[in-house]
Design a protein around this ligand. Structure first.
Ligand code: ADP
Length: 321
């Protein structure tokens, strides 16, 4: 039995060893485990929770490497499938001199896209408290049907459903399509986490309250917007607040948002009542959850790569004290 089930992409990021160069110029790359929902799963496991991951990788060296990383970090991989016909998703990433991330994805198709409804472990979802997903598994079939099937199961069992769209425009057929489908994906969610750029893309405004209010109309009860070093903002029908960030010297912000989600869900788990539908706590409790989430996000920026930098509960407590 797990507290949280995360579903989505698990991939290898090949990160340019030199920064300030485009992918065209980059001479060498370092292999790093990645995939936002997988990072969230590891983040939660490091914070001491029981977590299961659902996804698909290739039945080859990279797929087995990723499965081992999840397992070594304490994630239940009984829901991870191996595909013998396609390979693990790869992403090549470099930080350009303008500070933008230059991405190139190998997904033509990759194993994660071939997750099917039959791959979804019903028991794992039915016994959990929170189900977390992203938008990348919603981009094409059969991954889309698999994600929707898992969402149906989560809804039937009254799980708290958490969504971090994690916009990657390059994976969508067009901007319009990305916007339309990401917003449609919110209809299944109780909680949506986005960053300020995604807020503007989805709602046309950077005004936090106005944007959050628009997103509530799609059905979620809680919108959380991350603001990089400035912290985060939460919004519900009855409460709103900005929780300031932590001053520190960031080394690599990859995975900060995923660390934030892990911290947030960890906090929200404390307010779940076994056997009852999840009800969000009030303003003071949501502030406390965002404070922990900010700390996890901040600590995630202190080392290169997403997974190596995700903190344990002890590290978070020490940091907050
Ligand atoms: P994303 O990675 O999704 O774009 P953000 O960059 O907004 O997300 O980061 C998520 C959270 O991590 C922020 O809300 C903040 O709490 C923390 N964080 C990110 N960057 C920094 C930073 N430079 N200094 C301190 N905290 C940070």
């Amino acid at each position: 039995m797990v507290d949280v089930v995360c579903l989505g992409e698990l991939l290898i990021d090949f990160v340019s060893l030199e920064s300030g160069v485009s992918l065209e110029q980059a001479p060498s790359f370092q292999k790093a485990p990645g995939g936002a929902p997988a990072n969230v799963a590891v983040g939660l496991a490091k914070l001491g929770h029981e977590v299961g991951f659902i996804g698909k990788v290739g039945d080859e060296s990279f797929g087995h490497f990723l499965a081992n990383v999840l397992q070594e970090n304490g994630v239940d991989i009984s829901g991870l499938a191996f595909d013998s016909e396609t390979r693990t998703m790869l992403a090549f990433v470099s930080l350009t001199s303008e500070g933008e991330r230059d991405f190139m994805f190998y997904r033509h198709p990759s194993a994660d896209m071939r997750l099917t409804p039959d791959d979804i472990p019903k028991d794992l979802i039915q016994q959990a408290t929170i189900f977390h997903y992203g938008s990348i598994s919603l981009i094409s079939e059969p991954g889309r049907s698999a994600t929707c099937h898992a969402l149906d199961l989560a809804r039937e069992s009254s799980l708290l459903i958490s969504y971090d769209p994690n916009l990657r425009l390059g994976l969508w057929a067009s901007q319009e399509r990305a916007k339309q489908e990401i917003l449609a994906g919110m209809r299944s969610a109780n909680l949506v986490k986005i960053n300020d750029d995604e807020l503007e893309f989805l709602t046309g405004t950077r005004k936090l309250e106005d944007g959050a209010k628009q997103l509530l109309t799609f059905g979620p009860k809680l919108i959380v917007i991350t603001l990089g070093s400035q912290g985060s903002f939460f919004y519900t029908d009855t409460a709103a607040g900005h929780v300031p960030g932590n001053a520190l010297r960031a080394v690599d912000t990859t995975g900060a948002g995923d660390g934030f989600v892990a911290g947030l869900l960890s906090g929200l788990l404390a307010y779940s009542k076994p056997g009852e539908a999840y009800v969000f706590p009030g303003k003071a409790e949501l502030e406390a959850c965002c404070r922990v989430a900010n700390a996890v996000g901040a600590l995630a920026t202190t080392k290169r790569g997403a997974i190596p930098a995700l903190p344990t509960r002890r590290q978070v407590e020490d940091f907050l004290n």
